[in-house]
Design a protein around this ligand. Sequence first.
Ligand code: UT7
Length: 330
Amino acid sequence: MRGARILGTGRALPSRVVTNAELTTMMDTSEEWIVQRTGIRERRFVDPGTGASDLGVQAARAAIERAGLVPQDIQFIVFATLSPDLFFPGSGVFVQEKLGLDTIGALDVRTQCTGFIYGLSVAEAYVKAGFYDHVLVIGAEVQSTGLDMSTAGRDVSVLFGDGGGAVIVGPTEPGKGILSTHLHSEGKYARELMVEAPASIENPRISKEMIDARRHLGTMNGRSVFIHATRRFPEVIREALAENGMTVSDLSIVIPHQANLRITQAVTKALGVPAEKVFSNIEKYGNTTAASVPIALDECVEQGRIREGDVVCLAAFGSGFTWASSLIRW
Ligand code: UT7
């Protein structure tokens, strides 16, 4: 079977910067609390009317160009997001239309923080199996329209930001590129990090009462997320290394989902890798859920932190709970 590799990366960040100081004008919080507990200094919010597909398309155009391709070369779209433009259809079809592509397939992935890695695994499998030669994988989120910006929601809202990232996956020689991907879930914790409405188990799916009770805004058991994340991140990274007969000393760089700086620091310690081998940009963008890994990957490539032959590990944990890793020989 042939291999699958990342041919190009791209990102899109809204121009509007929202600092911690700005958040203190909306809710009872402090710059110090946010920086100490999360490492976040600022995040980006979209202007009204911008959807996840808009950020996705912008990131996709950059990735297509980096890969030396044109949009018409793309044969399949995978779009990972928890914040699709509409409840349905998914955002992938909007990307198909906005990029002016022929009637290619477009699949939305709904695994939140791990969405990009789950999506990458789909592209990897299709390319390795010879179904497609160029698959576009996007992770993009508009979180800002779903945050409770009152003091009641401060434990969640200070964490999240908007953004998009994309990669193009194409064929390579066997044993190069994406070596393996590892996907997990544990639905008994589904309610630890969720948005309850609109929901098909409710009739109507959304009502004034539900909105008054703020059930359309995300809620999180932060401590539980923290405990499980700091266990699952190292576990799934070690799983990827073991599968490929490697150890942590083989890693050139780890690109974790940017959930929280304290989680990243705990994972770095648990793995026993030098801090400079674990990428972090959360101070600039906050937690952008499915977008965080491809945004970070694109910054690493741009900064020359990934060179040919490097062993790169992508890893994520989040709502579901789901967790995942992907080991890549660049
Ligand atoms: O992709 C996955 C996304 N989720 C995560 O990564 C979150 C993982 N969890 C965490 O990172 C942490 O649990 C948080 C950063 C969310 C919270 O940190 P914590 O140390 O677990 O704080 P806490 O929830 O125990 O709250 C401590 C105090 C509370 O006040 P009292 O009860 O001690 O008086 C909170 O009400 O901090 C208060 N608090 C805040 N204060 C100022 C909660 N949010 C804020 C805030 N500003 N934004």
